[in-house]
Design a protein around this ligand. Structure first.
Ligand code: IFG
Length: 484
């Protein structure tokens, strides 16, 4: 089981077996969508009818209990008489059903009918997450990923109780989200991608469908519009955004730090006001990420003047600011979340401490631990290695509570694993770099500190292999793990 539940007891001599006449009971209609999605999956793999009905069933999903376990908590019991999942909210129920999926044999994930038996060893679980922010980031700018590809990614990461999807929607190589008031951002700025191939972008309809699909998996989308650097796609689309009113060419290489908004031009803030307004309107979540990283072509004094102005525009449109840790050098509005992407580099740690001193909280994405685009080892054919080689063990063996020195544990909102896509242009490559490291980051975000132990974790990770094979996940079979 990954993430390890907070409390789990085996019920020896008790085994639950799903029979062909099994039913799924829901205490009230709020559980219907979760029950329907779960039943549909089990019907495919077992061939059983599995009707969903009001009231109790062989498997009963109810949302009238477990209040003490919080919004994402749940209780689960499986014994010879059946399975019950109880939560105070549908989000908690979804987390409990996610656990139930892992208690069933891996073949329960199959898209075609499999032989039984469908057994679960008797157990009781009482579970809730350590951190509220358990994220993954997909860079859809360097290489564009379609709505269906992102949906598939959401299916996979939701298996590990990930609850935030940070979409890196703009960068030097491509602008990926429709902005009605500045249409050339996508028509022109979204037309290419790294390597010079055809890019792409999400229309507002597609983006709404993406946000909805994530919400059905109890994942909140955190959109990022990277500023004031990583802006070549926008600068190429509108000459007036440039200091000298000259638009650069579209860019399809992979250098960083060469682009900057014109900090002292009013049009820059008119532009961001429009962009943040339109993005905020499509964002049910409370966070809007304004980037802030690698602004090497923005004079630092101008950067310090820019951040509060950009942040003010995010707040104006009803969102809380999120940004990479460089923004902490400037003054931040209340409620800001600073994303730490440092390694052990003291300068980055100082910025994280500055963030906390001014009341911000932290999401931890240490590049030498959580960057899923880092190579596993020297021979990994994909990915980068500027932050070092990140083995499966390296990505798991760290403690979010103590990673950044001299900040209180209460300042940590959680963790996020970024997947930058300079070298990744299809789902197979995305899966190869994401699995098997993402589940470990998800565990660091969900499980109690006492559960974090590499020697036992690696055995639990090995048990995920058969599940990924059934699901067709192109995971890296790291020699660090004794795959089943
Ligand atoms: N740093 C850049 C990313 C990406 C990354 C690749 C951040 C915050 C290196 N910024 O990470 O755009 O290029 O590993």
């Amino acid at each position: 089981m990954i993430p390890q539940p907070t409390a789990q007891q085996a019920l020896p001599d008790e085994t639950f077996t799903l029979q062909p006449d099994a039913t799924i009971g829901i205490a009230d209609s709020s559980a219907q969508p979760i029950a329907d999605r779960f039943a549909a999956q089990l019907r495919r793999s077992t061939g059983f009818e599995l009707p969903v009905q009001e009231g109790t069933g062989t498997i009963t999903l109810s949302t009238d209990g477990a209040e003490s376990l919080g919004a994402e908590g749940y209780e689960l019991r499986a014994d010879a008489s059946g399975v019950t999942v109880t939560a105070a909210t549908t989000e908690g129920l979804f987390r409990g059903v996610t656990t139930l999926r892992q208690l069933l044999p891996a073949k329960a994930e199959a898209n075609s009918e499999q032989e039984g038996p469908w057994e679960i060893a008797g157990t009781t679980i009482s579970d809730f997450p350590r951190y509220g922010y358990r994220g993954v980031m997909l860079d859809v700018s360097r290489h564009f990923f379609t709505l269906d590809q992102v949906k598939h990614f959401i299916d996979l990461v939701s298996l590990y109780k990930i609850n935030r999807l940070h979409l890196h929607l703009s960068d030097d190589q491509g602008w990926r989200i429709q902005v009605d008031s500045w249409p050339r951002l996508t028509e022109y700025g979204g037309s290419l991608q790294v390597g010079g191939g055809t890019g792409g972008y999400y229309t507002k309809t597609e983006y709404a469908e993406l946000v909805q699909y994530a919400a059905e998996h109890y994942i909140t989308v955190v959109p990022e519009i990277d500023t004031p650097g990583h802006t070549n796609a926008a600068l190429a689309s509108y000459p007036e955004l440039n200091k000298g009113d000259q638009a650069p060419e579209l860019y399809t290489e992979t250098e960083v730090g060469f682009s900057s908004f014109a900090i002292d031009k009013d049009v820059t803030y008119e532009f961001l006001d429009d962009v943040f307004r339109e993005v905020a309107e499509q964002t049910p979540g409370e966070l809007l990420h304004l980037g802030g990283d690698e602004a090497h072509s923005t004079p630092h004094s101008e950067y310090l003047a820019f951040v509060p102005q950009a942040a003010e525009l995010v707040v104006k449109h009803g969102k809380r600011v999120m940004g990479w840790h460089e923004i902490a050098d400037g003054s931040l509005p209340a409620g800001t979340v600073v994303q730490y992407w440092g390694t052990e580099d003291p300068k980055a740690q100082v910025l994280a401490q500055k963030a906390v001193e001014q009341g911000a909280t932290l999401v931890l994405s240490p590049a030498n631990r959580a960057y899923l685009d880092m190579k596993y080892h020297e021979e990994t054919p994909l990915g980068l290695q500027w932050a070092g080689l990140v083995s499966v063990e390296q990505s798991y063996s760290w403690n979010p509570a103590t990673l950044v020195p001299n900040v209180p544990a209460s300042a940590i909102d959680g963790v996020e694993a970024p997947l930058w896509t300079e070298t990744l242009d299809d789902l197979e490559k995305v899966e190869f770099m994401t699995f098997p490291r993402l589940p470990g980051i998800a565990e660091l975000g969900w499980s109690q500190e006492s559960a974090l132990d590499w020697t036992t974790y690696r055995d639990r990770l090995a048990e995920q292999g058969p599940r990924w094979e059934v699901l067709g996940v192109n995971f890296y079979r790291s020699p660090e793990i004794d795959w089943r």
